[in-house]
Ligand binder design. Structure first.
Ligand code: ADP
Length: 203
């Protein structure tokens, strides 16, 4: 192990640099940011993309409600102010991954232009790939994967995006996936076509 380390890190100081870590990992790090309504398909595509990229030996970390809202952001609500703080912290965490050479796939509703803009500002335009996972509200509500729309309609959940809180559609996303029109496999194919050139390390 020590021998491998010596070969990999010829100059110890270089270890601090992002490019050195990217070289070691054989990839360029980026933040792939999925936004869209609940039920639009963010989680499904994030997990499928993670599997696909991992299978190609990329080092990828998914950030989503499961690992963020239950940990670092477990003190935040869904009020407008807390949604902003949620995204601010996620963006800062993503930046740390970026500096380690790791690709993150972020799966968050990110409902407003202001919030998405803040994320892009913190992360940096060059490193930020914005994906709009787009399905009409009626379809998302019909899917109702977690039964949340039904509860929101009954008034049991307040500030629910699309029902009692706004969702401003991204207009300048780098890529848009209409999950009501194409299959999961087709969606992944389209994503890979756009993303692979940005994360492959040219030697
Ligand atoms: P979100 O994370 O955006 O709340 P989920 O991924 O949990 O949404 O749920 C989306 C649902 O839509 C899943 O049941 C998934 O199987 C279905 N679905 C149908 N077509 C697609 C597609 N092209 N991409 C992603 N999900 C799709």
């Amino acid at each position: 192990m020590e021998k491998i380390r010596q070969n990999i890190y010829p100059v110890f100081g270089k270890l601090r640099k992002r490019e050195t870590k990217e070289k070691i990992l054989g990839q360029k790090s980026r933040v792939i940011w999925f936004s869209g309504l609940s039920g639009a398909g963010k989680t499904t595509l994030a997990k499928n993309l993670e599997d696909k990229l991992s299978g190609m030996n990329f080092i990828v970390q998914v950030l989503d409600g499961d690992n963020i809202r239950s940990g670092i952001n477990n003190n935040l609500t869904f009020s407008e102010e807390d949604r902003k703080e949620n995204i601010r912290r996620i963006s800062e965490v993503s930046k740390l991954f970026l500096d380690c050479g790791i690709i993150t796939i972020n799966s968050f509703i990110s409902p407003t232009r202001e919030i998405r803009h803040m994320a892009m500002d913190i992360i940096g335009r060059e490193d930020f790939i914005e994906v709009f996972v787009n399905a009409p509200l009626e379809i998302c509500e019909k899917r109702d994967v977690k039964g949340l729309y039904a509860r929101a309609r009954k008034g049991e959940i307040k500030d629910f995006t699309g029902i009692s809180a706004p969702f401003e559609e991204p207009v300048n996303a780098d890529i848009e996936i209409h999950t009501d029109l194409i299959t999961i496999d087709e969606s992944i194919e389209k994503l890979l076509e756009f993303i692979l050139p940005k994360i492959k390390l040219s030697i």
